[in-house]
Design a protein around this ligand. Structure first.
Ligand code: RP5
Length: 185
């Protein structure tokens, strides 16, 4: 049958939809937890990056200070539910990632949100300066941190999943090819 002009586009759309529903039917391996709805614009970048790698994940708003029992309940049951990595994002001094890490031995990656008062310095220091004994691996403030937290989660999962390791190699190659092809005009 002859292809219509719009076929490729709609094929791509169908493939993306199928990939997404395949991902959403799988066991979530990564939990992306953020302190507020206001963090979503930034943390969507972590979710999009995991989707790009085909990693099943869940995104939830759980606040360490506004819903402390929900935070402890999520983190203390995450391992049993099959999560392998938790990303915790918060702004100000809330330090959601540290609270989550206190309740689980799963790796917790902290993403400091850009705050209004101190531009994220408060979020960064409260997340990165965990006292010894309960680690939180802290990424950069804002969008780069959100993307890198997802890439770090993929790298952790790739230790036991060769197909993910392969995808990471291809991702790095594509980044390098883009730099090599850059021509300044
Ligand atoms: C933190 O407080 C959240 O993670 C957010 O970054 C910050 C501000 O929250 P909202 O007042 O916008 O809900 O708990």
């Amino acid at each position: 049958m002859a292809r219509k002009k719009g076929d490729v586009k709609s094929d791509k759309k169908t493939t993306k939809r199928n990939q997404q529903s395949a991902i959403s039917n799988q066991q979530s391996l990564v939990g992306i937890i953020m302190g507020s709805q206001s963090d979503w614009d930034t943390m969507k970048n972590a979710s999009d990056t995991l989707t790009q790698f085909g990693v099943a994940h869940e995104c939830k708003v759980i606040s360490a200070h506004r819903s402390p029992s929900l935070a402890s309940e999520f983190a203390s049951t995450a391992e049993k539910k099959g999560f392998e990595v938790i990303i915790g994002a918060a702004g100000g001094a809330a330090h959601l990632a540290g609270v989550l890490a206190a309740h689980t031995t799963l790796p917790v990656l902290g993403v400091p949100m850009r705050s209004e008062a101190l531009n994220g310095l408060d979020s960064l220091l409260s997340t990165v300066q965990m006292p010894g004994g309960i680690p939180v691996a802290t990424l950069a403030i804002g969008k780069p941190g959100a993307v890198n937290a997802a890439l770090f989660a993929v790298a952790i999962l790739a230790n036991s999943r060769p197909e993910l390791r392969e995808k990471l190699h291809r991702f790095r190659e594509a980044q390098e090819a883009k730099i090599r092809a850059t021509v300044l005009t």
